[in-house]
Design a binder for this molecule. Sequence first.
Ligand SMILES: [Zn+2]
Length: 506
Amino acid sequence: MMKRALLCALAAACLAGAAPKRPKLVLAIVVDQFRYDYLTRFRSEYSGGLARLLTKGAVFTNASFIHVPAITAVGHSTILTGATPSISGIVGNDWFDRDEGVRVSSVSDAKTQLLGGSGPGSSPRRLLVSTVGDELKIAGGGKPRVIGVSLKDRAAILPAGHMADGAFWFDVKTGNFVSSTFYYKELPAWAREFNAPRPAEKYRGVTWMGHKMPEDNAKLFAELEVAAFGNELIEAFAECALGAEQLGLRESTDLLTVSFSSNDYVGHRYGPDSPEVHEVALATDRLLERLFLAVERQVGAGNYLAVLTADHGVAPTPEVNLARRMPGGRIDPASIRAAVQGALVKKYGAGEWVAGSFDQEVYLNQGLIAQLKLDLGEVEREAARAIQALPHVSRVYTLQQMIQGGGVRDMVSQKVSNGFHLRRGPDVLAILDPYWIVGTGTGTSHGSPYSYDAHVPVIFLGAGIRPGQYHGAIAVNDIAPTLATMLEIETPSGSIGRVLTEMLVN
Ligand SMILES: [Zn+2]
């Protein structure tokens, strides 16, 4: 009898242990412009946070973005919503707003003011769906704390969501970490205290990879972003937010999103094969370990859940690719706009036919088209023909075609469709041949549907996760519903991802 009672007690204990306790903190890390192959190429040199993730985490070796354009705002809006741009409405870093008749950014908001700097602020108002942070807040009656940090406003705001307590980013005009009146009446005291000793100015005259930081403040603040120094500031500010906001120290689960931006600035300027990209990856590894240790000191090892991914990859610098007998080159975005304007003037007469153009996306002057009683679909087709005639344009999609659901059915078309919001999308969108980038001058870029831009790391670390390598193809959109399941909260409203059950203990 005694024996049976003991067995029952043991069984009950096992059952209780079967449901892992919810983490006190979720740390969502984004490295801006980090290709999957940076994990494998530099693996032997990682000994910090990336090594920890690779050895103790659940590593998805074939995670990809399933939309175009593969760029910062779009990637950041996907990670914690699980939504595609066709649903979230975040179709680019910038787009032409047909209602407002102006160019807008993904987070621009004229109704807000910058805190810690001057001028208009930013907000998540253009994001049409909820984030993991929003669902945490709703489930916890507002108690969970949600904070976003980055150098870029969109990279701090979009992962954190609508109900976030605060989002903070770096202002190159002042060298301060700033926020917006969307979140606060004034910058929190702890953020003011962080800015007070002017941490960005300590890099004046310091050299990184042979590049000396300028003396002049305005130049210094912009230039330190294009060095590991920008990431150092992000890590320091994230640690400060962690302590000041007492994240992970209350009943509920809190969320801290940190996006490291310097990797993107360095990658654009020097290219993925440069010593600079190699070095900033190693610096990120060291900084991540510092952040993990700070989190562990505060909430205890095993009490937090970390996830790391990137917002996009990057194309090889065209000159580097050509030197290794691979294809590639640059297309001037002005030539795309000019081709459309020229063709429409020739066909329909004089007029400003282009309302706005962004890389390979062209918004037509729909007002003029309506005024002249022209058929929009026909004008779009004319514009598409003009772009298609340019060298190295793989295909062109039109708004009318997207509305009707037409087009070639393959990976590229699927990504275009996922990235296309019918109200915010352009009239004409070009997809270039692989390795061809939009831009002039030097350096490189990203945005295409191809693997070098789309294939990124996804790694989970923490209680409830089965460590190891998972080689099946997944979408970055799967992160959000997986987190929601682990946290026992509602799935973010626009999520199209699946739960990564293969890595869950229960
Ligand atoms: Zn970029």
